[in-house]
Design a protein around this ligand. Structure first.
Ligand code: ATP
Ligand code: MG
Length: 333
């Protein structure tokens, strides 16, 4: 069976103001199956939103998919024109972004905005559309009696839920959630993620969940991809990756979050910052920050290799991984 979404060897470049080109994504491949949540994680600037936009055909005018294919149900989205893409968006794939809650129109009632979204694609009476809004409000955990409120009468969390309701209008099969809860406080964030997961389960949805917060991935996702400077460093089943990471970058990320590692004293933060994408190092993109880098690591970026069932990693030191894991634990204790 073909996966729901398959991103295959995709590279994306931005034209820069000085007329140059910046390669934001380099040879990226991943798949999402029906009914699963894939988490994409990585530091600011590693290219997460670029991936989300490319899948939805929403790259800015200076952004180009220069290589690879993005297939949704076997159709290469990179070859579709605007009209065809519009049909895919909302109907089949919808986006919830961090700022989504602020994209509700302040001068219109929330009910009217969702009704408009419904009637944009479906021939539905006002009465039926209102009933659908009430149903969607229930689904996202909002009181249907409040559907005629204006956005300013809602809290940030409620507005974000209203936007999720909007994203569900046409029963999409894939939701791309780009930092959907980042602006919200931890408790509200938690409630909304739980609700998203319940919806995913109930409606056999697939979700691409983009975040820089590894604890969000740990609690929400089935599979994950770890990105660094435009490259996928580790990818596959969430449990395998958390139980036995193969990539030093993942090790560092994981150890930087004490809540995940219990009371072990194995906190290492990763000193330094990602390379400037306009001048990436010749070797592994992580080489300058990697505590385990050797001479080999300075030659070229390592290929993504199979290291287990649904588990891939890009590193030249896979053979020494057990030793590296131990060293990572010792480093800051
Ligand atoms: P964040 O966590 O901060 O949201 P991100 O992982 O989503 O970061 P992107 O926004 O995808 O990262 O950016 C990836 C790279 O592409 C960055 O180096 C960024 O500066 C560059 N970039 C993004 N948008 C543009 C643009 N419109 N023009 C030129 N470069 C861009
Ligand atoms: Mg982003």
């Amino acid at each position: 069976d073909a996966p729901l979404l398959s991103v295959d060897g995709v590279s994306i470049e931005y034209e820069t103001r000085d007329g140059g080109r910046l390669r934001a994504i380099d040879d990226l491949s991943f798949e999402i199956d029906t009914d699963e949540i894939l988490g994409l994680i990585g530091e600011s600037g590693c290219g997460k939103s670029t991936v989300a936009k490319a899948v939805l055909g929403l790259l800015p005018r200076n952004g180009y998919v220069v290589d690879g294919e993005i297939q949704f149900r076997g159709v290469d989205l990179t070859t579709l024109d605007t009209t065809e893409l519009n049909q895919v968006r909302w109907q089949h794939v919808s986006l919830i972004s961090q700022g989504a809650m602020n994209s509700l129109n302040p001068v219109h009632r929330i009910s009217d905005q969702i009704i408009e979204a419904i009637q944009n694609h479906d021939d539905v009476s006002n009465e039926d559309a209102r009933a659908r809004v009430a149903e969607l409000f229930e689904l996202v955990g909002l009181d249907p009696d409040r559907m005629d409120d204006y956005p300013h009468q809602f809290s940030g969390g409620m507005r974000q839920r209203a936007y999720i309701a909007m994203a569900l209008v046409h029963d999409p099969s894939l939701i791309i959630a780009d930092e959907p809860t980042t602006a919200l406080d931890v408790i509200v964030q938690d409630q909304i993620l739980k609700r998203l997961k319940e919806l995913q389960d109930e409606f056999d949805l697939s979700i691409l969940l983009i975040t820089h917060d590894i604890s969000v991935v740990a609690e929400t996702c089935d599979r994950m991809g770890v990105m660094y400077a435009g490259k996928l460093m580790e990818y596959g089943n969430l449990r395998s990756i958390f139980d036995a990471p193969y990539n030093p970058y993942t090790l560092g990320l994981k150890n930087a979050f004490p809540s995940l590692t219990g009371d072990q004293q194995d906190l290492i933060s990763i000193p330094g910052s990602p390379p400037d994408l306009s001048e990436v190092p010749a070797g592994c993109r992580f080489v300058e920050r990697c505590p385990f880098a050797t001479e080999t690591c300075t030659t070229s970026h390592p290929p993504l290799e199979n290291v287990g069932a649904d588990h891939h990693s890009a590193c030249y030191r896979h053979e020494d991984i057990e030793q590296l894991r131990e060293q990572a634990q010792l480093r800051e204790s």
